[in-house]
Design a binder for this molecule. Structure first.
Ligand code: ACO
Length: 314
């Protein structure tokens, strides 16, 4: 079966960095509470930047990193729950902003923090289709969560951040790809109401999502191992959704896997939902830790509730 290869990545962050200390002016919280409960130290919030600007900057960097021109892109997908418009989609705006061809599909995926993993599966299926006339796909994970955050709600406002990262992907027989996705309708655990609702902000029952998250990650690792025949001991990088250090540590310890194979950067960015896995991947690539032959398990979970587990070879 044809696989996929990520041949270039790029990330984009807003200019404004916000330290934990800033929240002590808005709600009853402390740097110590935020660090010890989540591992987060700072995050980035957009000021002037639109979500589509982050998408475009990440996409341009990924194209440069891959050595691919906009004219060679055959598909543009953005994973996001915070597009600037319901329509046009962020993917359509990226098409315009970076000059992608006009005869290619461009659309958004709404699967919250699992969105990039959902996107990998969608891209892998579509790259095999005759309908795509060009050889590469652009997959972006991007969020402007600060737009839907209630700065009076301490249980959510300290957790999230804005950012984006993009991947240029091509079909490849030499790089295996395997993915499993899931969902269960549950607005009580997490929701971000749309237009027409009186409440515009994200609502989350942190404990419920925590329980779902550890279960989804553990199951995802076991499922990938069973279906791919790749044992967790052979996996070089576990690239997890960056929501909470305690969730990642819990799973790593329970499965008795080496701590250094679970990359973490949520201390700097907070939870960037659909952007968190690609930002982590882009940083691993920058650090030279996704070398040819690297085997990775990607694990996403979040609003929906959704989950996604993918096996990638670099
Ligand atoms: N500062 C100080 N105290 C706080 C804060 C804060 N910022 N937030 C909550 N508290 C209080 C609570 O009110 C509670 O007080 P109480 O005991 O008097 O009621 C106490 O701290 C403990 O609250 P818990 O919710 O039990 O804290 P917990 O240890 O579970 O940590 C957290 C909360 C960090 C949200 C955790 O549950 C978590 O990470 N959940 C998963 C979130 C996640 O993964 N989301 C991903 C999806 S996001 C998406 O899809 C967009």
């Amino acid at each position: 079966m044809q696989g996929i290869q990520i041949i270039g990545m790029g990330k984009a962050l807003p200019a404004r960095r916000v330290e934990n200390e800033a929240f002590t002016q808005m709600v009853e919280t402390s740097d110590e509470w935020i660090r010890s409960r989540t591992g987060i130290q700072s995050r980035y919030f957009c000021k002037e930047e639109r979500q589509m600007d982050l998408c475009a900057e990440a996409a341009r960097k990924a194209l440069a990193n891959a050595g691919v021109c906009p004219e060679e892109i055959g598909l543009c997908v953005v994973a996001t729950i915070t597009p600037d418009y319901h329509t046009p989609s962020s993917a359509c705006m990226v098409q315009k902003l970076i000059g992608l061809p006009e005869d290619i599909p461009a659309f958004d995926i709404n699967a919250a923090c699992s969105g990039f993993v959902y996107g990998l599966e969608v891209v892998s299926c579509m790259l095999g289709s005759d309908a795509l006339k060009r050889p590469y796909a652009l997959l972006i994970g991007a969020e402007k969560l600060s737009r839907i955050m209630n700065l009076q709600d301490r249980s959510t406002c300290v957790l999230f951040g804005d950012g984006a990262a993009a991947a240029v992907i091509r079909p490849s027989d030499a790089h295996r790809f395997f993915c499993r996705l899931g969902s269960q309708g549950n607005a009580e655990a997490l929701n971000a109401p749309g237009a027409g609702y009186p409440e515009l902000y994200i609502h989350m029952d942190g404990r419920k999502v925590f329980q779902f998250a550890v279960h989804a990650m553990e199951n995802g690792i076991r499922l990938l191992a069973k279906e791919t025949g790749v044992s967790p001991d052979e996996v070089d990088q576990f690239i997890c959704h960056q929501a909470n250090e305690r969730i990642i540590r819990h799973v790593q310890k329970k499965l008795k896997l080496p701590v250094e194979r679970f990359f973490m950067n949520l201390d700097q960015y907070g939870n960037t939902s659909g952007a968190s896995i690609p930002i982590a991947m882009a940083e691993l690539m920058e650090k030279g830790q996704l070398k040819p032959g690297t085997k990775a398990f990607c694990l996403g979970f979040g609003g929906g509730l959704t989950w996604g587990a993918a096996y990638l070879e670099f």
